[in-house]
Design a binder for this molecule. Sequence first.
Ligand code: 0RA
Length: 637
Amino acid sequence: MAKTDKYDESSIKILEGLEAVRKRPGMYIGSTDKRGLHHLVWEIVDNSIDEVINGYGNIVKILMRKDGSITVADNGRGVPTGKHESGKSTPEVIYTVLHAGGKFEEGNYKVSGGLHGVGGSVVNALSKKMDVTIYRDGKIANIRFCDGGKVESPLKFIGESKKTGTVVTFLPDYEIFKNCEFSFTTICERMQESAFLLSGLIVEVADEKTGREAKFHYENGLINFVEYINENKKALHKVINFSGQKEGIEVEIAMQYSESYSENILSFVNNVKTVDGGSHEVGFKTGITKAFNDYAKEKNLLKAKDGTFDGSDVREGLSAVINLRIPEKLLQFEGQTKGKLGTPEARSITESITYEHLKFFLEENKEIALTIIEKASKSKLAREAARKAREAARAGKGKDKKEKVLSGKLAKATGKDAKINELFLVEGDSAGGSAKTGRNRETQAILPLRGKVLNCEKASSNDINANEELNTLTYAIGAGIGSDFDPKDSNYGKVIIMTDADDDGAHIQILLLTFFYRFMRPLIEAGMLYIANPPLYALDFGKYKEYVATDEELEEKKKTTKGSYKVQRFKGLGEMDADELYETTMNPETRSLIKVSITDAALAEKRVSVLMGDKVEPRKEWIEENVDFSLEDNFRR
Ligand code: 0RA
């Protein structure tokens, strides 16, 4: 076969490969929504970061351009510019040949520090334009692609330079992505995480459209990461940091207790976040529980009759980041999205490294040890008291109290199917009254909330136990609270927060979301928490009304609607009569609900602590810096 034939054949194969990516983008980048769009950036950025991990270069720059394209530049060695055995230039091969299988097929996982240039061809396939400029061997080379990876201009040498590095610019294909607008905040959040995980890496992000710029550079990676997570909490001591390795598995951990009551553990394997934890997290948790129990027993802080600390006791107020490096042959991931580490060796190795270092640290730092143990003891007492109360309730003793707390407040549903039943948490007695009248009695229960809810970010389990409003809510849902909460026991398949569309309503929403986030998180994770979406306006035509949800929609409606009507703005739920409230906001056939979900645990944690925590200044700063940050793009996802 002549060489040219072979070349044509492989060219056809390549185009077919790229076409497959365009036909089923989800297989390669997960989705074609905003998440998928940003996945393109991570693919290109990870190639640059891999170069830094391998010891070449230290800077990655990202520029969001006015024309909607994005540029990623590094100062690594530069993509090799020689001829590949196929006869094409190496950059052409790297950016057009698919590497075995889609990553998502293989389980959503990639090991950084591995294959170079993986993913570049996928991004090219999903781009209108791609431009790669390479600085290497004293020369500058350039290659350009268009329309999903077709070569527009083959590799050319266009100048000389002493620099080395790779600069990739791409314009996502607007026929594939519903929304082609990159988010400065999303890019910064992910880049900051990369900078934390790779000490010394310098990341710069700039947005040409708005002029915003950010730079991330940390010399003490994981320590700085934990300091950042706890920035708005009152820390009890300096960050504890240790590392070790066994059987080729490297473990690094940073941890710090604060005055808060929340637990916040993040884990990574080979620089990829393990969102669902796994064996390394289990090992870490076992290690700290053992270290504290052994220390407390040896120092006579826990007597035999006291029993032992539970895992949850020694994790109250703990923030920690766990980072493992595992050789590819030992890597095992589990779960639907492969976000959970399976590797069994990682459990025992992380456990023993944690135990040894933490035990030693406690011996050396008596004062800190006592402070943490005092905190754990309080948690233990509260837990035991809660268990006694639960047992009493089960034995019938608490039943009267429960009925008394609920009586006159909760309007129960008459139907008995918990899966179908819905609990509406309604702001104020007047709206509560309308909701009670208008509801579907068989499946909908109403709990009016009086006044402001307790801010749980600043509250301990004891404060929560003593709060009447939250007690009522906990009894109504009937599935426990805190570590004891189990969504399977919930009396309702949906819990729906229904507040006015004004500032007070938004405040009550945030307070309730904070409560659910801190004390009933599995309810959110099970997709059972919702926010009702009442209309802002009604167009009153006299004989009938049309409802409008947003200001934008109202403008649209005004343009397209003929005839005479009055625009009515609802200031609160209480202004609607019972039927109106049911039809617009509660009727499953006609309402629209917003499901609350947590897409990024670290981010959610940070936002809750910034927005609800002790310190006022960071909250002000955050709100000022993120003018577009509202309930809309945060909790209301
Ligand atoms: C293949 C081989 C070498 C480097 C690269 C690819 C490379 C790829 C990208 C993508 C973005 N930035 C990059 N930097 C480097 C190593 C070549 C050598 O041995 O010099």
